[in-house]
Ligand binder design. Structure first.
Ligand code: HXC
Length: 257
């Protein structure tokens, strides 16, 4: 599939999607979000893919939603079309999605990164929710997801002032899983994605679903959900293979079903 605003490639069982609107620092517009949604849905359905990386350029993961596209819209425009309701493209994916972030990761860009399962940051990464400086506020999860990642005080300060956080602060605050030198970002992201993609796909998908459950439910319901999913894993061939391989001191050969 030929896209105009993203580049797609696969390396083994890893799919890499590169946001590519260099003239607009990868700002998210309707076309880009549509193409990203289509590519993600395709990889999510593709048995040959076990993990997905979303990345941007050295200068920007994405500098937000496209301000020039949004500027002329009226309240009735955005309300009637329910603007951005379907921009939770990465959050809808059932396979693991890793955000590999260098440079600016702002507004809708930061919100897209936070929809991913974890964020690997280059030491050049800068995170922020600058919408307030445009007379608006985050619209695809920023006020909710950032608060869950970094806590109320820091999320509130960032959303109310538009202040950017550097990579070191983002790691310290729990927004990103790890910071790596910018030159190593993609190699590291591919390495961690291929590690995940080499494991049992049903186990990986169920684990992702169960960790995400922690955000949606009480502790006791979450633990019950975990135990039920854990029990169901004993119906998979991969559980037999994984445990037999351990006993036989060999590498498992997962069937992924
Ligand atoms: C449209 C953008 C853009 C954006 C940058 N550009 N960000 N275009 N939407 N979000 C364009 C610029 O207009 C410029 O185009 C080119 O990209 C390069 O940007 P510069 O500003 O010249 O680069 P620089 O001086 O290095 O500054 C980088 C920057 C700045 C600090 C990241 O571009 C910036 O502040 N961008 C806006 C960040 C922002 O407010 N994001 C939140 C958007 S609202 P030209 O043609 O002039 O060369 C949002 C809402 C999400 O995300 C929720 C709703 C769905």
């Amino acid at each position: 599939m030929a896209y105009e605003t993203i580049l797609c490639e696969t390396k083994g069982r890893v799919a890499i999607i590169t946001l590519s609107r260099p003239d607009a620092l990868n700002a998210l517009n309707t076309q880009l979000v549509g193409e990203l949604a289509e590519a993600l849905t395709g990889y999510d359905r593709d048995d040959a893919i076990g993990a997905i990386v979303i990345t941007g350029s050295e200068k920007a993961f994405a500098a937000g939603a496209d301000i020039k596209e949004m500027a002329p819209k009226s309240f009735m425009d955005v309300y009637r079309e329910d603007f951005a309701a379907n921009w939770d493209v990465a959050a809808r994916c059932r396979k693991p999605v890793i955000a590999a972030v260098a440079g600016y990761c702002l507004g809708g860009g930061c919100e897209l990164a936070m929809q991913c399962d974890f964020i690997l940051a280059a030491d050049t990464a800068k995170f922020g929710q600058p919408e307030i400086t445009l007379g608006i506020m985050p619209g695809i999860g920023g006020t909710q997801r950032l608060t869950r990642f970094v806590g109320k005080s820091k999320a509130m300060e960032m959303c109310l002032t538009g202040r950017m956080m550097d990579a070191e602060e983002a790691e310290r605050s729990g927004l990103v899983s790890r910071v790596v030198p910018a030159a190593d970002l993609l190699t590291e992201a591919e390495k961690v994605a291929s590690k995940i993609a080499s494991l049992s796909l049903p186990a990986v998908m169920m684990t992702k679903e169960t960790v995400n459950r922690a955000y949606e439910t009480t502790l006791s319901e979450g633990i019950l959900f975990e135990r039920r999913v854990f029990h169901s894993m004993f119906a998979t061939e991969d559980q037999k293979e994984g445990m037999e391989a351990f006993s036989e001191k060999r590498k498992p050969n997962f069937k992924n079903r």
